[in-house]
Write a protein that binds this ligand. Structure first.
Ligand code: ATP
Length: 612
């Protein structure tokens, strides 16, 4: 039924299509550094410094064609697609890519879209919201109504109009399974995202991989429907069933990084080379098997040379063709503020629909506060309780530092989506980072109020409005700082196990040298500096001063032993922190937070790229 919708004729919404473009690539060569090559090594003297992944690959893709890019595993299909979609960020690329006979530079992106092999979609968004997010970021000049119209059209194109309000679904960070779309429907949404801008060309990396044969066929029929609208579809594909094979009207075959065929009669061409398809064999299986054989045969170079000669002649014909002029407009990039607003809107929705982490963190913080309160209920300012008050202050500092460990999987799980969306140049990393951190700060505020508020109330710490809010502010910054430290480590390592191992080591060192277990004066001189590069030391110092400065403490009456701490300042002196003020130590906490803010953003921006 869904397919009927597609085949019944598609409209293009309000977005003008750059229809009918011809894509030509000439002599594409792609090389990468050979990581196994060691300079000056006798053993490696026969190894090449560089590996050639694609070697002078040329081809023409005509408007409205449905093209299968085939070849054995490792032949360079994904690499060629990445280069044609201009998503390759590593290695050296040479050659030319022409749209209707012209090199169009930055405008190229407005003509084409790319669908990756894996569906990287936000689980908590509905189909409509997912497409609207793309429309908001890629079509910023359209009005709200026009964008809604466009999204509606795309949902019809991909046969998911009925599922507009269904969540994408999948496994949420932390392992909760959210019911949603099937694998095939998710693939359609990925295709829909690529269709929002109404591209003339759509590249798909193995769109049927991981799907059952019926779903794979329905996806390919959707793509065929697009070609009827003038969209050119280019798919890398492994071993399509014969019904899918018949949907293609052109095949390109890559073997060991070289093109050995491109055209509409691969069977006839292979027969000419001496490879005949036996009866009752799926033609796609035959093409793949024969291509593998050619790659291994002694005639491989001869076969490549023959095709190259053919393609050069073909190229001459295309060089002399007169092409329709195309509007070459460089797509308008929305401002960072606009991107931030769109990303914040999505982050809010995600936050509300995936509230498990928020609830767990706030509930844990309140339970921890209640436990602290129960253990240290109603502390007084007498000499016996002073050590307990210091203990509560320290454990608040260390607890706040440990709570962000609950977010390691949350931070890491967002990376795949971020990488994929950034590779599609949907937005810049800065608005993404700011939107993510804005939502995180709301949780941090709730956790800090829950934890610190409960403890302060029950343990009777310095309970006046100004002192309490000051402490809240210090703990809020300590929490953000600890969050950002984990974000930084997770961006560097990229795995939760390593993040946990490194971050827990850092926390132990920070806590050990925070000034509670070993005071500043007691530290061996060689380690003295460890206090000063330790954010928890400044947080502890600041809250200790807030708690004790200028406070009259209770001394035992009629005691023969002199009172140890008649005033809070004496206690601060004993901890070696009387040289600091609340303000200066808090300023250092803020400076550390700023440092981690910048460092974690830079790590996100520079270290978190798709390795394409
Ligand atoms: N940046 C790179 N550094 C080193 N080798 C690379 C790089 N990019 C690609 N390759 C190598 O180039 C070859 C072609 O890779 P590519 O992924 O394009 O092949 P493919 O035909 O898509 O394979 P498959 O069908 O298995 O997905 C592989 O051997 C791959 O390891």
């Amino acid at each position: 039924m869904e397919l009927d919708l597609i085949e019944s004729g598609l409209n293009t919404g309000n977005v003008e299509r750059n229809s009918g473009v011809e894509l030509r690539f000439k002599d594409i060569t792609y090389t990468v550094k050979n990581k196994k090559y060691k300079k000056n090594s006798q053993k490696d003297k026969h190894k090449q410094k560089e590996l050639t992944i694609l070697n002078q690959v040329s081809g023409v893709i005509e408007p409205g064609q449905m093209l299968a890019l085939m070849g054995p595993s490792g032949s360079g299909k994904s690499t060629l697609l990445d280069i044609l979609a201009q998503r390759k960020e590593t290695g050296t690329i040479s050659g030319q890519i022409l749209v209707n006979g012209k090199e169009i530079g930055k405008a190229y992106k407005s003509f084409c879209s790319y669908v990756t092999q894996e569906d990287t979609l936000l689980q908590t968004a509905t189909v409509q919201e997912t497409l609207r997010f793309y429309a908001d970021l890629t079509l910023p000049t359209l009005s709200d109504e026009e964008k809604s119209e466009r999204v509606k059209t795309v949902m019809q194109d991909i046969g998911l109009y009925e599922k507009a309000n269904t969540l994408v679904g999948g496994v949420l960070p932390g392992g909760i399974i959210l019911k949603g779309l099937s694998g095939g429907q998710k693939k359609r949404v990925s295709i829909g995202c690529a269709l929002v801008t109404n591209p003339s060309l759509i590249f798909l990396d193995e769109p049927t991989s991981g799907l059952d044969s019926v779903t794979a066929l329905s996806i390919m029929k959707i793509l065929l429907g697009l070609t009827k609208k003038g969209v050119t579809v280019v798919c890398s594909i492994h071993q399509p069933r014969s019904e899918i094979w018949q949907l293609f009207n052109k095949v390109m075959v890559l073997v060991k990084g070289k093109m050995i065929y491109a055209g509409t009669d691969v069977m006839g061409y292979y027969e000419g080379l001496g490879y005949t398809c036996p009866n009752n064999v799926n033609p796609a299986d035959f093409v793949l098997d024969a291509s593998v054989e050619m790659g291994e045969s002694a005639k491989y170079n001869e076969i490549c040379a023959k095709w190259r000669e053919h393609s050069q002649q073909e190229s001459l014909i295309y060089d002399n063709q007169i092409h329709k002029d195309i509007p070459i407009a460089i797509p308008k990039q929305p401002s960072y503020i606009y991107q931030y607003k769109v990303l914040l809107g999505r982050a809010k929705r995600d936050f509300v629909r995936n509230y498990g982490n928020l609830v767990a963190r706030v509930a844990t913080s309140i339970v921890m506060g209640l436990l602290f309160g129960a253990c240290f209920y109603g502390l007084d300012l007498n000499q016996n309780d002073l050590q307990k008050i210091v203990g509560v202050v320290f454990f608040l500092v260390s607890g706040i530092n440990l709570i962000p460990y609950a977010c390691i999987s949350l931070f890491l799980s967002g990376r795949a989506l971020f990488n994929a969306e950034r590779a599609s140049r949907l937005y810049h990393s800065l608005p993404y980072f700011l939107a993510t951190m804005t939502m995180e700060m709301i949780v941090v505020l709730a956790v800090t109020i829950g934890f610190v508020g409960t403890t302060y109330a029950l343990a009777h710490l310095r309970w006046n409005v100004a002192r309490f809010f000051y402490s809240l502010l210090v703990f809020f910054f300590l929490h953000i700082l600890s969050d950002l430290c984990i974000v930084l480590i997770s961006n560097i390592t990229g795995t939760s196990d390593e993040t946990f191992a490194i971050a827990s080591g850092v926390s132990v060192i920070w806590q050990l040298f925070a000034g509670f277990f070993v005071t500043v004066d007691q530290l061996p001189k060689a380690f003295g500096w460890l206090h000063y590069i330790n954010p928890l030391f400044y947080g502890f110092t600041s809250t200790m001063i807030n708690e004790f400065e200028d406070r009259i403490l209770i001394c035992p009456k009629e005691s023969i032993i002199p009172c140890q701490y008649p005033n809070g300042n004496d206690l601060l002196k004993n901890f070696g922190i009387d040289d600091w003020t609340r303000g200066t130590s808090f300023a250092v906490v803020v400076a550390w937070t700023a440092f981690f803010f910048v460092a974690s953003y830079l790590s996100l921006h520079y270290l978190n790229k798709e390795k394409r």
